[in-house]
Design a protein around this ligand. Structure first.
Ligand code: XMP
Length: 488
């Protein structure tokens, strides 16, 4: 495949800025099958097998959606329309949802009653609890199987009357997951406590966690086998919020603002990158090379691109400011690649075809709001309207969201005056479970890579040509001259 990289520059260097519907990917010589291409990408050391991120919006990303997207191979960014403790608790929910080895297992002393154990198991949604003496040594384990036939008359009795103590199976710390599977199978047990050299409980491996790993082979995991998650912050309460998010185990901080090429964002990037040097910092949003340079210089590890492209945005209408998204991606990519910094294309992506175009223009990952807001795992209730199912979706700069805490994303500098909304409150079509939707979106991306002859996202970025199209070309691109009966 020989593509002159200057071909795309000629398109973007013209006087007009372009967006998704202005271009198409030119099919190229292909020796790759869509099933064989790699969609993997790396953002500040975090590898995603599926290059999709969810928008930090209160109708999109809370813990359930972040869990579902990380299991599918992407990563969620938890919104910040919550008090600090609330957002940190959401991080904690994601991090506790699955794990390679639980490193600080919840345990009970032998003096605890059955009622204590049942309350603890219900609270943490766990099916068993190790019983340890005051030195932390394992003396037994109480699981659902031990208490199956207990009645309320047993509530006050000590757990030692019911726990399994004889033939207790444990393994030393450092036991590999593969070895753990063998031990769990041999003994037909569901939980394997790991103990240190003095017999003290130090970890726990469960069948449930092992099954989750097998069910979700593409999942985005940290070194401890927990799902990865990002969290958004603004430019106020930076230290307090990042401190709490970091304590809860967050994997990346996203400085989430409508205008990233600004003093407040630069200061926030500096605070986070200096105070938490091991935590990747994503900053934005910008749409120009100067914006990228400024944030990279301040210490951002990844840059987020897009102003006014979002489907619920009214920034361009209200403020008259913005940049058509594909040109923004191209310009930012050119500036960011000089520093080896990846970029995220945020906003305006509705179809899998848009995702393909975003990568050809230079994205390293895409952030989706609209496209994910309709899934089962998104917050909000299903609504039946005119015979169709919908879910609520609103801009973080909409009046409704700003009544929460998102005011500083859109209203910084508006002082005490009434906040001017830069987003709308809306609804999107119900989209079923996340796993199916991601399958469709990644299927479309793979198909686009097949047409481009791109074996991976680098090929798509560096060796794939775009062409400009006219209004007639756009009409031709969609179903035409037919009455569509079914569109899935
Ligand atoms: P999509 O197109 O996926 O865009 O719905 C999601 C992105 O839109 C941005 N966003 C907003 N932009 N006013 C804006 O101008 C808003 O109220 C608003 N809320 C979200 C944000 O970057 C998100 O990821």
């Amino acid at each position: 495949m020989t593509i002159d990289p200057a071909a795309n520059a000629a398109i973007f260097d013209g006087p007009e800025a372009l967006t998704f519907d202005d271009v198409l990917v030119v099919p190229g010589w292909s020796e790759v099958l869509p099933t064989d291409v790699s969609t993997a990408t790396t953002l500040a050391g975090i590898e995603l097998k599926v290059p999709l991120m969810s928008a930090a919006m209160d109708t999109v990303t809370e813990a359930p959606l972040a869990v579902a997207l990380a299991r599918a191979g992407g990563i969620g960014v938890l919104h910040r329309n919550l008090p600090v403790e609330g957002q940190a608790a959401e991080v904690d929910r994601v991090k506790r949802s699955q794990s390679g080895m639980i490193s600080a297992p919840i345990s009970l002393p032998p003096t605890a009653t059955l009622a204590d154990a049942e309350a603890l198991m219900a609270q943490h949604k766990i099916s068993g609890v190790p019983i340890t003496d005051p030195d932390g040594r394992m003396v037994g384990i109480l699981t659902n199987r031990d208490v199956r036939f207990c009645t309320s008359a047993d509530d006050h009795k000590p757990v030692t009357e019911f726990m399994t103590a004889d033939g207790l199976v444990t393994a030393p710390m450092g036991t590999s997951l593969d070895d753990a599977v063998g031990i769990l199978h041999t003994h037909r047990i569901e939980k394997l406590p790991l103990v240190d050299g003095r017999g003290r409980l130090a970890g726990l491996i469960t069948v449930k966690d092992i099954n989750k790993r097998i069910e979700h082979p593409d999942a985005t995991l940290d070194d401890a086998g927990r799902l990865r998650v990002g969290a958004a912050i603004g430019v106020t309460d930076v230290e307090e919020r990042v401190g709490a998010l970091a304590d809860a185990g967050v994997d990346m901080i996203v400085i989430d603002t409508a205008h990233g090429h600004s003093r407040g964002v630069v200061d926030a990037v500096r605070i986070v990158s200096k105070g938490w040097p091991d935590l990747p910092v994503i900053a934005g949003n910008v749409v120009t090379a100067e914006g990228v340079e400024t944030l990279v210089e301040a210490g951002a590890d990844v840059i987020k691109v897009g102003v006014g492209a979002g489907s619920i945005c009214t920034t361009r209408v209200v403020a008259g400011a913005g940049m058509p998204q594909l040109s923004a991606i191209w310009e930012c990519r050119m500036a960011a690649r000089a520093h080896g910094i990846p970029i995220i294309a945020d906003g305006g992506i509705v179809t899998s075809g848009d995702i393909v175009k975003a990568f050809v223009a230079g994205a390293d990952a895409v952030m989706l709001g609209n496209a994910l807001a309709g899934v089962d795992e998104a917050p909000g209730e299903l609504e039946l309207v005119d015979g169709a199912m919908w879910k609520t979706y609103r801009g973080m700069g909409s009046a409704g969201a700003m009544r929460g805490r998102a005011t500083d994303r859109y209203a910084t500098g508006q002082g005490n005056q009434k906040h001017v909304a830069e987003g709308v409150e809306a609804r999107v079509r119900y989209a079923g479970p996340m796993s199916e939707l991601v399958g469709q979106l990644v299927g479309g991306l793979r198909s686009g890579m097949g047409y481009a002859g791109a074996a991976d996202l680098d090929d798509l970025r560096d060796r794939t040509r775009l062409t400009r199209i006219t209004g007639a070309g756009l009409r031709e691109s969609h179903p035409h001259d037919v009455q569509v009966l079914r569109d899935e």
